[in-house]
Structures are given as C-alpha cells and as structure tokens.
Design a protein around this ligand. Structure first.
Ligand SMILES: [Zn+2]
Length: 329
C-alpha cells in the first residue's frame, strides 16, 4: 500500500472469501500482474480526493456514516497482463478494491484497481449483445463503454464508503452479517456506485449523461445475474432487479423489452442504498437474510429473459488467452 509510483503492480495472496459459502471467512489464493495506465489513473485520483464529501452525502442518518474513509485511498486504471488462481476461475474480475482487512484499510486506506482491457472485452462481447436483446430500441444509444467504466469504477469507490463497524457494539459489519455479508456488501457497492455517479454529476464534478449510466447499469444487472444466485455478485444483482421492478424503475413493453423510468430508478437507488446501509450499520443479520430471501429470487419472467440471451449464444464470461507465449516473451 505504501508503493505509489510503480508502473507495474503485482497482487498476490489469499484474498477473496467468495468460495467459502459456510462462513464467508476462508479466502482463496490468486495473483494478478498489472500495467498501470498513467493517464487514466490521474483522472481517477481526482475522485479519490472527494471521498470524504461523498461519504457525507450518503442517503442515511449521520450515525451510519460516522467513520471517515481512508484518506490516502487511491484509484488507478490498469491493463491486466496475467490472471492466476481464484480470479481466473469462473467469473473474471474487472475491478478490485484491496486490502479486504478492515484494520489495514482504516490505517492505510485502500487501492481500487480498474482493469480496463478486461472491462472493454466484457462490454463488447457481453454487455452490448445483451442490451440489444433486452433494452428497447430507443434507449440503445445509452449503452456506452464510458458509462460501464464509471459504474464499475464507482462500485469500487463505494466499497470504501459507509461503515466497517456496527453502531451498536456488534463488532465489524463483516463479522455480524457472517455468510450474508458478501452478497449485501456487493449490493451496497453496486447501488452506492450509481448513487455516487448521480451525486458527482449533480455536483458538476462528472460530465456524463446520467441516462447512459442508468441504462448501462440495468443491462449490467442481466450480465451479472448470469453468474448465478450462489455467487455474491449474482445474488446482489437479483436483489436489485426485483427491487427495481417493485419500485417501477423499469417497465417491459409489448415485445418484452425493458424501458427505464429515469426518475423512478433514481428514487429506487436512494431507497435501496438507505436500506442496505441501515442493515450494515446495525449488524442486522436477520434483516440481511430477509432482504436476500425476499428479493434474491429468480422469477419465471426473468428466467425467460436469461434463456433468450443464452439462446443467442452470448457468453456468460470471457476466457483469457494469456502467458509468456501470447506476450511474445
Ligand atoms: Zn465489489
């Protein structure tokens, strides 16, 4: 964490706990070799400086956002040269936020790594084809890589926001929510990510058309649900899909295509952010379980949509061709 100016980054260790479905504690080994994109990284760092302000703007009572996010948190964009271990098995990571250890995070801040070439590949090969099948014709123009990039980037920023310790002496949020923690934390990062994009746009700090971000966000939900409800990311996306549906954030037209209602989606983003931050702050294990049970369900309607995507041969994920040979070494 103390190394700031290196152009090659190397991540290695037992890092993510997604494989431990019993207690969500045991971590799996993985490694990445990364090349830093200096120009993009500079742009991203501008937003890291805004973390304390963004924390204050979270849609929740002050006691639920009393911790200050690590001051030397840094954001950077990379092209990945090599994936190994956990990160190369199953769904491929496109952004990471490390370290996971809360104590180190509070002391050293966190580093958010955006894996640009992997992101672009997923956008081109998966997200765009999914959107063509499921989003109404006149909202297709809002499916954009820049929006996908910023949504993913702010997902990682959002992991660093909120609080790490419960407000009622139940210990860390991670401990108190046990095996429910991962799905809820991923859900938090997704929804707060789009909340942050909205805030920054309204503050004049981010020059985007929010409609791009929202439409691309919805298409992204279908992409991630395909990872399955047993994965933390898949589950979190199911919850959001059903929550959005309940709040009228989208409607389906006669052809079964999705149309976004911008105002309603914006309101639903605030509400869901609030609900998740409350559960985390209270270390409300039962509340977390209830939310995931109520909203984390695959409905027949959604299953049909997923079947349609599958029948079009759109891959669930990309596979890397990598190694010294591919690099000409
Ligand atoms: Zn995440």
């Amino acid at each position: 964490m103390d190394m700031k100016t290196n152009r090659i980054d190397f991540v290695i260790g037992p890092i993510e706990n997604y494989e431990d479905q019993l207690f969500g504690i045991r971590t799996a080994h993985e490694a990445y070799i990364l090349l830093k994109d200096m120009e993009w990284s500079e742009r991203l760092n501008k937003y890291a400086a805004l973390l304390p302000i963004l924390q204050k703007r979270l849609p929740v009572d002050p006691e639920f956002k009393a911790e200050s996010p690590g001051s030397n948190s840094d954001l950077a964009a990379y092209d990945v040269v090599f994936y190994a271990g956990d990160c190369n098995s199953g769904s491929k990571t496109i952004a990471i936020n490390l370290p996971n250890d809360e104590e180190v995070q509070l002391e050293k801040g966190s580093r958010r790594l955006q894996l640009k070439n992997a992101m672009q590949a997923k956008f081109d090969k998966i997200l765009v084809p999914i959107a063509k099948e499921l989003i109404v014709e006149d909202q297709q123009e809002y499916i954009r890589f820049d929006a996908f990039f910023s949504n993913t980037m702010f997902h990682e920023v959002a992991h660093g926001l909120g609080i790490k310790n419960t407000i009622n002496g139940k210990g860390t949020v991670r401990e108190s929510l046990a095996e429910q923690y991962s799905a809820l934390e991923e859900g938090k990062a997704d929804i707060l990510g789009i909340f942050l994009v909205t805030q920054l746009q309204e503050m004049g700090e981010l020059d985007v058309n929010l409609m791009d971000n929202y439409t691309t966000f919805l298409a992204g939900i279908f992409r991630s649900i395909r990872f399955g409800s047993s994965s933390a990311h898949g589950k979190a996306n199911l919850v959001r899909y059903n929550y959005f549906k309940e709040k009228g954030a989208f409607v389906k037209d006669d052809n079964g295509k999705y149309r976004i209602d911008f105002e309603k989606m914006k309101a639903a983003v605030d509400q869901l952010s609030n609900e998740i931050l409350l559960i985390q702050g209270r270390g409300d294990y039962e509340g977390a379980k209830e939310m995931l049970k109520k909203y984390g369900v695959l409905t027949d309607e959604l299953e049909q949509d997923l079947r349609l995507i599958n029948s079009r041969g759109i891959p669930v994920d990309i596979v890397f061709e990598q190694g010294p040979g591919k690099l000409g070494l």
